[in-house]
Design a protein around this ligand. Structure first.
Ligand SMILES: C[S@@+](CC[C@H](N)C(=O)[O-])C[C@H]1O[C@@H](n2cnc3c(N)ncnc32)[C@H](O)[C@@H]1O
Length: 356
């Protein structure tokens, strides 16, 4: 049993079941035992690999996306270049290097990182120290001013509630104790009055109030000072039922309640609900587009060809394999989606379909 499982069992035995979003929050960011608070989970030796760790082309394309938008938005100086959940800092390092190709962009940006993990902050400091980043624990702590915000696999780490369909109502799904083993187990909690319930007929419905609150906070900033958010994540385009909360450890799926604090937990992002939240607070939304389509529109294939020039065969093979993994529809190309949210007066960003 993990130390956090022991702690949660004691708490549930004393106070009763906890909601799934409370479980997820504790499992990921408990100050002492939370998954992200105690380790670097990224890479082959860790639990999972993200797009920036697959190929430098991912961060480079995102850097060019930012640097292309900036002069068309009037080249504000300074401009906050913000990353939410920067992991090892790889995406931001690649983005800054690529963005420097646009005259003035490198000098105009002030780098801000929103990161909960003290361990990952150290990695980011090593990777990005030359750019003098400022760290924040929360989106609400970001400074005012025009901002370009990027987030890869950040929203999927934000806690979701789960609801279970009853005869004619929805009940909160909770984490309680198994009466026989005493271990953590899913239990059905109280009936809830769900505003905007899903219209399809599945049995489990997930919703992240935290993700929607983060979107609201960002949109209020973008509306006040100008700016844009680019988020990349896996998720569904329509809001609907389906259980997507999953735990991953050493690149394998494990039961969600098996190892709190020692397995990553994610849930699919509802692009429909986040888009609706962004529009409701006055932003313009572009996309979502498939990651593969977005990267190809931005020139990922030409960049790979340029990187291959003059390289030995093994290096070329690695570069092409990395690109394929990012854009191929059978790999990350359709599983991940890209959404942009902008101030209504900012120019339309590159790589995405019509905005509304
Ligand atoms: C799946 S990793 C993605 C890392 C990076 N974006 C990448 O693509 O390699 C999630 C990141 O979000 C951070 N994170 C998770 N929950 C957070 C929260 N509630 N507040 C701030 N950062 C959080 C993690 O520490 C980590 O840096």
């Amino acid at each position: 049993m993990t130390p956090l499982a022991r702690l949660l069992r004691e708490r549930i035995a004393q106070d009763g079941p906890i909601t799934v979003d409370t479980f997820m929050r504790e499992a990921l960011t408990h100050p002492q035992f939370g998954y992200y608070m105690t380790r670097n989970p990224l890479g082959r030796a860790g639990d999972f690999v993200t797009a920036p760790e697959v190929s430098q082309i991912f961060g480079e394309m995102i850097g060019l996306w930012c640097a292309d938008l900036w002069p068309r938005a009037g080249a504000p100086r300074p401009v906050n270049l913000v990353e939410l959940g920067p992991g090892r800092g790889t995406l931001m390092a690649d983005a800054l290097r690529a963005g420097a190709a646009v005259p003035g962009f490198g000098d105009a940006v002030q780098v801000h990182l929103v990161e909960a993990s003290p361990v990952l902050r150290e990695y980011q400091a090593r990777m990005l120290g030359a750019h003098r980043p400022t760290w924040h624990g929360d989106v609400d702590d970001l400074p005012d001013g025009p901002s370009i915000v990027v987030a890869n696999e950040f929203f999927d780490a934000l806690p979701v509630r789960q609801f279970v369909r009853q005869a004619d109502a929805w009940a909160e799904r909770c984490v309680g104790l198994d009466p026989d083993s005493g271990g953590l187990a899913f239990v059905t909690g109280p009936v809830v009055d769900l505003a905007d319930p899903p219209i399809d007929s599945g049995d489990v419905y997930e919703r992240s109030a935290v993700a929607e609150a983060v979107m609201q906070g960002l949109v209020e900033r973008l509306r006040a000072s100008g700016g844009a958010l680019l988020m990349v994540d896996y998720g569904h385009v329509q809001d609907g039922c389906g259980e997507t909360l999953q735990a991953v450890r050493a690149h394998e799926r494990v039961p969600v309640l098996a190892a709190p604090g020692e397995a990553d937990l994610t849930a699919h992002v509802s692009f429909a609900r986040l888009s609706a939240a962004a529009r409701a607070f006055g932003a313009r939304v572009c996309g979502p587009a498939d990651q593969g389509v977005f990267l190809r529109r931005l020139g990922a294939e030409a960049r790979a060809a340029a990187l291959c020039r003059g390289k030995d065969e093994a290096t070329r093979r690695d570069l092409v394999a990395g690109l394929r993994r990012l854009i191929d529809p059978t790999q990350m190309g359709t599983m991940f989606k890209v959404l942009a949210v902008t101030h209504p007066d900012w120019p339309a960003p590159d790589g995405l379909d019509a905005c509304s």
